[in-house]
Design a protein around this ligand. Sequence first.
Ligand code: DGL
Length: 271
Amino acid sequence: MKIGIMDSGIGGLSVLHEALHLLPEAEYLFYADVDHVPYGLKTPSQILGYVTEITEFLIDKKCDIIVVACNTATAVAIENLRSRFDIPIVGMEPAVKPAVLHSNDKRVMVMATPVTIRENKLKMLIARVDEEHKCDLLPMPRLVNFAEMEMFEEPEVYDYVKSELNAYKLSDYSELVLGCTHFNYFKPCFRSFFGPDIELIDGNRGTVKHLADVLGMDVCTEEKKIIYDKPFDLIYNSGVVYYASGRVINDENMLTHIMRLHNRLEEVRGI
Ligand code: DGL
């Protein structure tokens, strides 16, 4: 079973990382569209063009199923892709529903890219599940760039998040929805502003469980750490082939970068 996972960049690695935990037996092709990141500042027709090309590439590489590990691309293109390609396609959706359900008398903040926030898909989801109008939407496009530069703990990141949150009373919130797969890397930063009680909800586990359902596979319940200490383990021992916009990744620098990102994701997983 070969699973193709795509994103504009390293956000999709957080979905792959969860998939390696829950479906460790599968074979993976991971595609980061580094030539076009960030999608969140592109037009819908540009994004549709990129993901169409990636879908064709993944089909050509004999993937059995595709995961669009990008909320932005899902919001813009998933219906279109499903109508044009026969292969099963799983998308991402900001986890607004569980957040609203868990929120009791508190509010829910949904962080995403500007495109995801403007698109109808999220508006319709919120109209469906947020009867009491508890959700506040916050675009955080610079986090995508910070993530791509592997900047997670730098003062610039904390200053940016602080300034974007300035207008909100953070004690009103019990739930923070990470509506962009790039945002998983910043969990410690979010927690530092919202405090220890905030629930950080990303859609990764739900998406991988849905993927398992579609494939008729059982998820692995054994909890083990996925940490790499040798960059070449990423290609020889993990069952994943990594691509940067159609070019296979096999140089040590890039693999070391990806290795550090997996290790970061493992470190922030339970936060
Ligand atoms: N990781 C993507 C998402 O989930 C897209 C980020 C971007 O390229 O702007 O929305």
